[in-house]
Structure formats: structure tokens, C-alpha cells
Design a protein around this ligand. Sequence first.
Ligand code: SAH
Ligand code: SF4
Ligand code: F3S
Length: 459
Amino acid sequence: MPTTGVSIMDGAKTTVKKLFIKTYGCQMNVYDSERMAEALGTDGYELTEDIGAADMILLNTCHIREKAAEKVYSELGRLKPLKSARPDLRIGVTGCVAQAEGTEILARAPIVDLVVGPQSYHRLPAMARGVAAGARLVDTEFPAEDKFDHLPSRPKPDQKPDRNPTAFLTVQEGCDKFCAFCVVPYTRGAEVSRPAARILSEARDLVARGVREITLLGQNVNAWHGEGEGSDWGLARLIRDLARLDGLARIRYTTSHPNDMGDDLIAAHGDCEKLMPYLHLPVQSGSDRILKAMNRKHTAQGYIRLIDRIRAARPDILISGDFIVGFPGETDADFQATMDLVRAVGYGQAYSFKYSPRPGTPAAERAQVPAEVADDRLQQLQALLTQQQHEAQSAMVGKEVSVLIEKKGRQPGQMAGKSDHLHAVHIDAADLPIGTVAKVRITDSKPNSLAGTPAIGHS
Ligand code: SAH
Ligand code: SF4
Ligand code: F3S
């Protein structure tokens, strides 16, 4: 019988158990997986990359589009033989599909022992003990207590010396905007900002562990506001304080809503050196009629003017976006307005999706655009966006850029990292230390990355 409560069972810590986590969806899920692993780490679990060796498998899921949830069910199907071979194996579904489907997952996938929504991760260790003892548990509550206050603090440097030099840090979660197509307000709940002091202390812990770049995360990250020293801070003030951390070289933030892009944040792009020249600013459509139907509360012209102001503050900023084609009611003229907006803005990078009706969202009830029309529009839009990405990348060839070295490259004798503009760069050099920022001369542009050679030293 599934229950929503969790009973804490006392007991001595047992031997090390292996944990395998597969993460789907957005960057916040990547962050959540890391925090879940740390929480279960306090209970004797250690991450493994070998799914066959795992005592517990967690699928940290995304519900944003139809195929995402279907992928989870097929993955669960593929896990059946593992579970039959090892009945002690425990399988859990976490994340936004867990939140949306709840007990339905236990009914549809009998191999699942554990279903936990995004706001209940701090309860995972107790739940893991429950399922180890044979219970099937579901927790999709939005508990009154703040999960961040109940998650263990980030491991200290001596415990985890070897983490990679980039990290995500969730500063804001949930959304009150209710775009007519989107499940996030239902799966992540209401918009909540974490207090500045907690964020700064988590950032300090990350930097102590060798992190050089932090990406602040939130479904509406630029709406973040929090009690800080002296006043209620906005995101720009938080970024300026983070920038004072020695050892932290780069700051990014994602995802932003156009309506929350304040003057102070735009100004920070102009004068805060550690804030990287990259902005993901989804617009979804270039048609005002469709934007209204989407409940986006901004216009195409308003967005274009906003981009102009951001570029005035930081001329070389790379703009990235999200687009939905085939939203209910979208005509050819509406779609052409989206193509016009893309031409007017010039994106360095972008994601585009075919509208997917999400149960429980207003737009799912409306008359749908035929699939072949939406497919055709998506192809046209993606061709234009790919061409713009190609142009932005080609413009880097011959230039010297800063690259944060993250790992060895795929080819022997290569290192790999990201440029200020978030381009993946493969460098012909075998020995650049991971975690340093190297000057690199770009020599070539590939479909989704750049190639380069070391310029003058590194810091
Ligand atoms: N929190 C982020 C976006 C979350 S979803 C933000 O507010 O920008 C990421 C992107 O998925 C959205 O920007 C949108 O372009 C796309 N998306 C969301 N719901 C969708 C749906 N029902 N069908 C297709 N794409 C969708
Ligand atoms: Fe979804 Fe809109 Fe909120 Fe973004 S702003 S999470 S698209 S409801
Ligand atoms: Fe997906 Fe939930 Fe993120 S639906 S995009 S995992 S907030």
C-alpha cells in the first residue's frame, strides 16, 4: 500500500550501498540529483556509474513535454530484468513526473518502490530506509518546511576533493506565471526564493571544493529576491556579492523571464566582470496574439526593445532563447511573426519545441494545430536558428577567448571547456590544468562546438 507519510526508522549505519541516478530535463534536475546523492550519502549511499551494481536506482524525471514522461516509462520497462534478477534492488522515480503522476506510477510500473516529488527530497534518506524494509512509498506533498533547510549542507573539501569546476546552485524554485502551456507551476509549486545568506554560504562551500563557475538556477531566476544585508535584495545585488568571492571566476544565471529583467540586472551585465556575457531569455513566440493566448504578458516589440537595452549594456552578449511552434490557434502569419522576431534578434543559440499539450494546463483544452503543420514550422524555425548559431560561432574564429578548462577532450591530446559565451571549446593541448581559465585562439567552428589552441598562459 502506498502511503504519503514517512516513518523514520532508527538504526545503525550499514555498509556502503550503491546509488545510480539518471537525470532527465532541466539544469535544476541536475542540481537536485546532486543534492539527493549528498542527502543519501549521509545514509550510507555512494554514487555508482554502473547501473548493474546499484542497490538503488533513481530516475529524476521531467514532465515538460509528452515524450519526456513516456521516456521514463520505457526506461522503467528496461529496468525490469534488473529487478527480477535482484529483488533487493530498489527503484525510485523523483522529479516532475513523480509530482504529476504520483501513485499512478506505482500502478503503471510495479517495479517502482519509491515516488518522490521535487519538494520532498530532504525526506529521501528516511524513505530509502522505508523502502529497504519493503514498503512502497509516495511523497508528493508540498511540505511547509523548506527542503533546503533540511538537506545536509554541501560536503566539505576533504570529503569531495575532486568535483568538476562548474556547479549549479538553485536560488529560486517554482513559478507563479502560469503560461498556458506549462506544467512547471504545478510540478514545482509556487515561486519561492532562498535567502541570500544561505545562497552565499552554499557558494562559499562550492568554491572551497574547487568550483570556479556557478550558474544560479530558478524557473524565474531573475525574479529572485531575498532578505539580504540591509534590504530586500534583487538578483543583481546577489550576483555582485557572489562576485566578491575569491576563487570564483564566473557567474551565470538561468532561466529568466523578460518581465523580470530589471535595470539593475541589465547594468550588472555591463560592469560586473564575473557575470558572463550570455543570457537565456525565452520569448516563446513572435506573435502578440499568441503571446497573449500563452499568458506571457509581454509583446514581441517589448522583448526586442529589451534585448536592445541589454546589448547596449554589454554589446557582445550572446542571446539564447526558447520557442514553441504549433501553439493552439497559431496561424501561418503568427509563425511568420516568430521568424521575423528571430531575424530581428539574432540568436547565438536557442531551443525550439513543438507544442505538447500537458494535462491540466489551459492550452491543452484548446483546438490543436495539425501535427504536420507544426512539424513543418519547427523545421523552418530550426533551420533559421541553426544558421544563426553557425554565424555566431563562425564569428569567433580567429578570436582569442577565455575558456574554463573542465575535462580532458574526447580526442587524446585535447582538453575541453566552455568559453565566456558558453561555447564548448576543444583545445589542442594535453596539459591545461582543470579549473583554470585559459586564453584560447579559436581556429575552427564545428556544428556544436569550437576548436582552438592555447594563446598566452592561464590563470
Ligand atoms: N522555467 C523556464 C522554462 C521551463 S520549460 C522558463 O520559464 O523559461 C523550458 C521550455 O520548454 C520553455 O521555455 C518552453 O519553450 C518549453 N515548453 C514548456 N512547456 C511546453 C509545452 N507544453 N510544449 C512545448 N514546449 C514547452
Ligand atoms: Fe513555465 Fe512560464 Fe513559469 Fe517559465 S514562466 S516556468 S514557461 S509557467
Ligand atoms: Fe522538466 Fe520539471 Fe525542469 S518539468 S524542465 S524537470 S522543472
